[in-house]
Design a protein around this ligand. Structure first.
Ligand SMILES: C[S@@+](CC[C@H](N)C(=O)[O-])C[C@H]1O[C@@H](n2cnc3c(N)ncnc32)[C@H](O)[C@@H]1O
Length: 250
């Protein structure tokens, strides 16, 4: 799934309150053991939505991403950014005191290669963090996403995005790690509407490989469903969102 085409709108469409990045930073730094390097690796760093908080505080932060357009949006200041595939990281074994994978795993079938590389780059005892924004299962975003997946499936379109990827990755990590911890680092109320979902998905990474005509047809069908289901595309709902981190040590 390529993020190249949505780099310029990524942070507007995937907005989280500012305190989320600070809370992730606090959780990550506080879990690096004393005897580990303070050097941090952010795999799939994207536009710096989370990484910027580390850089602004002068942390020893390195961000890696496969997408050059995403990295170009990442105004890095003094941080180091590297374009590389997460399945082939250009770092020696044990270089980092902590590695983060924030909102990366569900969009890729290559999760096992990514986890193996992240683990290889980690110093002994250093934590690996998996992070994700979670929305209520019966909320409008989750319902719209489910409906879109069904429509795409019916149209015979595969996007590579699959919530199962993340579930499989977490399962693997629970088996491979010595210790794990699940944390809710932030909670907030988000206002959502069907129209907001549709607008975000016009340029969504989920559609990167889908021909424009098929993308428009899928969104039209979703729009008709949402109009019937919610009465209006503009009806707004407030939802409780949380940002969840899993920390694993090996
Ligand atoms: C949803 S964005 C998340 C960006 C950032 N972590 C955040 O939370 O704001 C996922 C990012 O992971 C990157 N990515 C996905 N698979 C990758 C891979 N195999 N190697 C490097 N980057 C990858 C994408 O290019 C994209 O920038």
């Amino acid at each position: 799934m390529s993020f190249d085409g949505m780099a310029s709108v990524f942070e507007r469409h995937r907005q989280v309150p500012e305190r989320v990045a600070a809370a992730i930073r606090g959780a990550v730094l506080s879990r690096i053991p004393e005897n580990c390097s303070r050097r941090l690796l952010d795999v799939g760093a994207g536009t710096g939505r989370i990484g910027r908080a580390f850089i602004n505080e002068g942390d020893e932060y390195i961000g890696v991403d496969a997408s050059m357009p995403m990295l170009r949006e990442f105004v890095s200041g003094c941080g180091s950014l590297v374009q590389a595939d997460a399945e082939l990281l250009p770092f020696r074994n044990g270089t980092f005191g902590a590695v983060m994978l924030i909102q990366v795993l569900s969009g890729t079938g290559g999760w096992l290669g990514i986890l193996r590389e992240a683990r290889r780059a980690l110093a002994a005892g250093g934590p690996l963090f998996i992070g994700q924004q979670k929305t209520p299962q019966d909320g409008i975003d989750a319902k719209m996403k489910q409906c879109l997946d069904t429509i795409l499936h019916e149209m015979g379109i595969s996007t590579g995005a699959n919530v199962q990827n993340r579930a499989h990755a977490l399962e693997w990590l629970h088996r491979a790690s010595d210790k794990s911890e699940q944390l809710i680092v932030a909670k907030w109320t988000a206002i959502r509407s069907a129209r907001g979902f549709l607008e975000r998905h016009v340029t969504g990474a989920r559609f990167a490989a889908v021909p424009p005509a098929a993308r428009a047809a899928a969104l039209d069908r979703l729009s008709v469903w949402a109009q019937g289901h919610y009465g209006s595309l503009d009806r707004s709902f407030s939802e409780e969102h949380v940002f969840e981190l899993h920390a694993f040590t090996f």
